[in-house]
Design a protein around this ligand. Structure first.
Ligand code: SF4
Ligand code: SF4
Length: 68
């Protein structure tokens, strides 16, 4: 499961460009710093590859292991 800490996001859109599934987008709402932040548009399509978490310069994305 992907977790985006929206208040850390600077809206650079690196994750949007590098997601192999093209399921990240910059949303229409601003975070508390005034940046349009990344949102996951189709969580069910995410393959948890970790590319977005790796590429994010702000460390705003975390991949959490599913716990049953
Ligand atoms: S983990 Fe991979 S597939 Fe999922 S949103 Fe990030 S880059 Fe895209
Ligand atoms: S790479 Fe990080 S800072 Fe840049 S848009 Fe994505 S979540 Fe935000």
């Amino acid at each position: 499961m992907l977790q985006i800490n929206v208040d850390l996001c600077k809206g650079c859109s690196y994750c949007v460009k590098f997601c192999p599934k093209k399921i990240l987008e910059l949303g229409k709402e601003r975070n508390k710093h005034g940046h349009f932040y990344a949102v996951l548009t189709a969580p069910e399509t995410c393959i948890s590859c970790g590319m977005c978490a790796t590429i994010c310069p702000e460390g705003a994305i975390e991949i959490k292991k599913e716990e049953e």
